[in-house]
Design a protein around this ligand. Structure first.
Ligand code: FUB
Length: 355
């Protein structure tokens, strides 16, 4: 009879080699390997990105950007991500299934906008739902607008002009326990934040030199009607544990996609590091900051951009994010995904690997 004991002794090694080979062959183009097949997108009927998740009246809603099927002509230039409308989605469970409630707002219905409906957010107050969105105005400069509805799924009616004093991209509205709302916003490069550091628009504005303090996201208090700023726009400073500002050129520097959530008494500011391709976070005991850098939440996904939101739903915390797996790595055709978030005793967030 054949002696299989030598094979049995090496069975574990053989299994590991087989699993390793299968994982590697599942990698999609465009990103360094994390060796796992990509998790199924939450939404696959249309391309979606930049998911802002909220719980309204016990139900989970997602407000994403809507990537276009045929948007490849401007990849990498100032007209990239030329999205023309927003859809709203809802879910009874955080893992799906997802209902598409159709078009909630179109670029052609917004009086001040010329193009590019980028990453939106939503809020609820005074029996009204608010959709906040960045877009280029008629001069081609990014501003932030607001639209209102009596339903979380729209349709939303846009105000005739952008929010006065707003600029750049990626609004995220956080409503504190005392009902005071704050808008965090800003994004570098295509988002133009480095052109606003003097308080007015300077087309020649550039990112600070590496090693000098980085540009932080902006924060402003929203007025009671949620349609204007109540007070000056400030910088939400991000610092390291030793109290020094995070530096330009570092892997911690803010790029775009700010999001603030509160757990207990701690304010968590999370954001994309852009060309470092991570979602990271910093914490503070004030919505104004300064926020102390804490670490990485999400390592690089498939595709160039990474963008997220964090929400508590039915006693658990979730990270909504996007990657470009649905299109096989095409940067401007992304898809929304979700992963459960875990916090440690000290309030730190366990990093998650994208799936
Ligand atoms: O989707 C367009 C832009 O790409 C968003 O505004 C950024 O956050 C990035 O995801």
């Amino acid at each position: 009879m054949a002696d299989f004991s030598i094979y049995r002794a090496h069975l574990k090694t053989i299994l590991l080699l087989v699993v390793g080979f299968c994982s590697a062959s599942c990698l999609l183009p465009g990103k360094p390997g994390y060796g796992r097949p990509p998790k199924k997108p939450l939404i696959d009927g249309i391309y979606t990105a930049d998911p802002s998740a909220h719980v309204f009246d016990g139900k989970l809603y997602i407000y994403p950007s809507h990537d276009q099927d045929d948007d490849g002509t401007h990849a990498g230039d100032a007209d990239a991500y030329n999205m023309v409308d927003y859809h709203v989605f809802s879910m009874e469970q955080a893992t799906g299934p997802v209902t598409d409630h159709g078009v909630a707002l179109r670029v052609s219905d917004i009086p001040w906008v010329s193009r590019q409906l980028w990453a939106p957010d939503a809020a609820y107050k005074n029996d009204t739902y608010f959709l906040y969105f960045p877009a280029r105005d008629r001069r081609g400069i990014f501003r932030i607008g607001v639209a209102v509805s009596d339903s979380p799924t729209g349709p939303f009616i846009a105000d005739p002009a952008p929010i006065e004093g707003s600029f750049s991209i990626d609004p995220a509205v956080f409503v504190d326990d005392d009902d005071q709302a704050y808008m965090y916003f800003g994004g570098l490069w295509g988002g133009e934040l480095e052109r606003w550091t003097t308080g007015s628009y300077n087309p020649q504005g550039t990112e600070p030199a590496a090693g000098t303090p980085a540009i932080g996201p902006r924060v402003a208090r929203l007025s009671a009607n949620m349609r204007s700023f109540d007070g000056p726009v400030k910088e939400a400073q991000i610092i390291t544990a030793d109290g020094t500002p995070v530096k330009a050129g570092s892997a911690m520097r803010f790029f775009e996609g700010a999001w603030v959530h509160k757990k207990g008494t701690t304010y968590y500011l999370s954001y994309s590091t852009g060309d470092n391709h991570t979602i990271v976070y910093a914490t503070s005991n004030s919505p104004w900051g300064p926020f102390i850098y804490r670490g990485v939440i999400l390592s690089p996904v498939i595709g160039w951009t990474t963008h997220h939101s964090i929400v508590e739903f039915k006693g658990k915390w979730y990270l909504f994010y996007h990657d470009a797996s649905l299109s096989g790595g095409v940067d401007h055709q992304r898809c929304v995904k979700v992963a459960e978030l875990e916090y440690r005793q000290d309030g730190s967030i366990k990093p998650i690997k994208p799936e």
